[in-house]
Design a binder for this molecule. Sequence first.
Ligand SMILES: Nc1ncnc2c1ncn2[C@@H]1O[C@H](COP(=O)(O)OP(=O)(O)OP(=O)(O)O)[C@@H](O)[C@H]1O
Ligand SMILES: [Mg+2]
Length: 152
Amino acid sequence: MTVQEIKEIMLTVPMIPDMELAVTKTVESLSRFIPFTGDQVDEVKHAIIEACMNAFEHSRSADCRILLVFKVGPCKLTVEIVDHGKGFDPALVEDPKIENKLFKNVRKRGWGLKLMKHLMDEVDIVSNRNGTVVRMVKYADAYRKEALNESV
Ligand SMILES: Nc1ncnc2c1ncn2[C@@H]1O[C@H](COP(=O)(O)OP(=O)(O)OP(=O)(O)O)[C@@H](O)[C@H]1O
Ligand SMILES: [Mg+2]
């Protein structure tokens, strides 16, 4: 059986410090089955860690756990980061301002969601009072070039 045939790999991590390592190790292992460059693997790891940190810091989930669901395709990785916390409205999150980084007493955070969108090809967030699902997709570069040639 190949990893693509398994279709879904699930990982539940407790919201305790240093659990990011378990997550990044899983991403590294699964990424071997997709023709990602080294930089792309780092981008996926960074985006997933941002989503996990958000669940850790903001979800206030009673079960104190995050579920990660990975789907490994021949040319893409899909991951869902699920928490059962209080949820939020992504439309109400203000865009961070680079100028604010220069000033004291101004909130310098608020970059995680923006980074995730920059690092991944697709980011969709579904959130309500029962929790949040962040679904992200990354395509291998080789696949992107092929798709580009086909559309020419
Ligand atoms: N899983 C989540 N549950 C509840 N609220 C969330 C969740 N993810 C994000 N948020 C909300 O969206 C806001 C923006 O998230 P974002 O990651 O962009 O910034 P941040 O976490 O506040 O700061 P930074 O990521 O730069 O350290 C958060 O401040 C929080 O209010
Ligand atoms: Mg964040």
